[in-house]
Design a protein around this ligand. Structure first.
Ligand code: NAX
Length: 327
């Protein structure tokens, strides 16, 4: 067994938290030889419920669980952490405008970014799941001036996995036979699930499905899958979101497979003509704990318009939260 690492999870008593913690503790995220110390953050009223979750974690007697810290103090939660999964967020309430939502989340992700800046390991890997994930990640990043901006990422992996699953079902293949799917942009309905470079069992995906299905069925289904789950289940995606968060962190920490890539929301460096700085979904490969944008992909007119539309939405979101950035 390796030396334990510290993994912070916020919103730990919520429904994604409940699906996530046990898998992290079981070694699904960082491997069966990597013990973890969980740092669980909740708001004060949720601490009793969180205590129940801690009791259950202990009752699992996981070989890879080396300790649990449960707290409502963000400075304790992020002390010396190697990984931080920011799940807790303010949901949109009745009558709440997008502006109010961004503002309410700024009040959460600004202070969390500052606490990460002050207390986390210098190479901390931060994944923002709480919505609006991309812009919440930007707020946290912009309040952590002493950390490398690349430490901050947002989750589009659930969208990526949804795309794999839809294409697998359509082509009658397993998701493991599908490579090089990309989710560009925002984790919102403007995201662009791109199959132009994807292969199924080694064949170009778009030669196996017709353009009408791709455009009118596949893209909207992936974009609106979250709403479809809520309609069917009466609650938003939880286990699949937790699983995608595990996948995102595992790829980042342990690397991506040769000949394939994954989608991550990461700070744009201007690649593919996207506004520098916004947290944008890109195709990336990971090695030695670092991610790299896949370069040189040909972008046709169809893709260009969609990539620019989701970039525009992210720039607008950024415009609405710039006053929350540390000076
Ligand atoms: P829940 O409402 O079940 O849980 C959220 C938890 O966060 C609650 O226990 C709450 O007490 C806690 N919390 C609120 N403010 C906090 C703070 N300042 N510090 C610490 N904890 C805090 O929501 P859940 O279903 O778990 O979803 C969590 C977030 O994930 C939501 O914002 C949701 O929109 C987002 N999602 C993101 C997805 C993605 O792909 N990026 C997909 C799934 C999900 O919809």
């Amino acid at each position: 067994m390796k030396a334990p690492v510290r993994v912070a999870v916020t919103g730990a008593a919520g429904q994604i938290g409940y699906a996530l913690l046990f898998r992290i503790a079981a070694g699904d995220m960082l491997g069966p030889d990597q013990p973890v110390i969980l740092h669980l953050l909740e708001i004060t009223p949720a601490l009793p419920a969180l205590q129940g979750v801690v009791m259950e974690l202990n009752d699992c007697a996981f070989p890879t669980l080396a300790g649990v810290v449960a707290t409502d103090d963000v400075n304790v939660a992020f002390k010396d952490v190697d990984y931080a999964l920011l799940v807790g967020a303010r949901p949109r309430g009745p009558g709440m405008e997008r502006k109010d939502l961004l503002e309410a989340n700024g009040a959460i992700f600004g202070p969390q970014g500052k606490a990460l800046n002050d207390h986390a390991k210098r190479d901390v890997k931060v994944l923002v799941v709480g919505n609006p994930a991309n812009t919440n990640a930007l707020i946290a990043q912009q309040n952590a001036p002493d950390l490398d901006p690349k430490c901050f990422t947002a989750m589009v992996r659930l969208d990526h996995n949804r795309a794999l699953s839809q294409l697998a079902e359509k082509t009658g293949k397993h998701t493991t036979e599908i490579k090089k799917v990309t989710i560009w942009g925002n984790h919102s309905s403007t995201q662009y699930p791109d199959l132009h470079h994807a292969t199924v069992d080694g064949k170009p995906a778009l030669t196996l499905v017709d353009q009408a299905w791709y455009e009118n069925d596949f893209i909207p289904t992936v974009q609106q899958r979250g709403a479809a789950i809520i309609k069917a289940r009466g609650a938003s995606s939880a286990a699949s979101a937790a699983s995608a968060a595990i996948d995102h962190m595992r790829s980042w920490a342990l690397g991506t497979e040769e000949g394939n890539w994954v989608s991550m929301g990461i700070p744009s460096d201007g690649s593919y003509g996207i506004a520098p700085g916004v947290i944008y979904g890109y195709p990336v490969t990971c090695k030695d704990g670092r991610y790299t944008i896949v370069q040189g992909l040909e972008i046709g007119e169809f893709s260009r318009g969609r990539m620019d539309a989701t970039d525009k939405e992210l720039r607008e979101e950024r415009g609405g939260v710039e006053h929350l950035f540390a000076k």
